[in-house]
Design a binder for this molecule. Sequence first.
Ligand code: MG
Length: 159
Amino acid sequence: MKFRIGHGYDIHRLVAGRPLVLGGVKFDTDYGLDGHSDADCLTHAICDALLGAAGLPDIGHFFPNTDPAYRNIDSQLLLQRVVAEITQLGFNLSNIDATVIAEKPKIYPHLAAMKAALAQSTGLLPDEIGLKATTNEGVGDLGRGLAIAAHAVALLSRS
Ligand code: MG
C-alpha cells in the first residue's frame, strides 16, 4: 500500500449580497464569498488537497473560472467530480483535515453539518473528516473580516 498526501489552500473575499457557502453549508448572512462558483473556499481547498495528493493539476485546471458552466455552481459538484477523478486512478480516500480561517460568522455551530455535507460528497465517514475553525486574531485582511481562507490536507492510498 502506498500513501499520498496532498495540501490545498484557498481564499475568497467577503462581499455584500452574495450567499455564504462553506463546506457545502449555506449560512444565514447578508454577506458571502465573491467568486465565479459558489466560492466555497473550504471545499476548494479540499479539492486541491485531493488533486495534489493524486499528482493532478489544481482545481483551476479542471474547472476554469472563465467557463460559464461553472458560474455560481455548487462546489460540492466540483468535489464529487474530483473524487471521481482520483477514484478512477485507483486511489482510495483515507482522510481529510481542514481549517477555516474566518473572523465572521461563527463557524463552530455549523461544523457538524459541514462534515455531513463533505462526507456525502467524498464518500468518507464524518469522523474521517477533521474540520476546525479559527479566527486570525484581528491580524491582517483575514483578521479584518475582508476574506475567508481555508487550508486542507488529504491522504490517499493505492495498492
Ligand atoms: Mg476558490
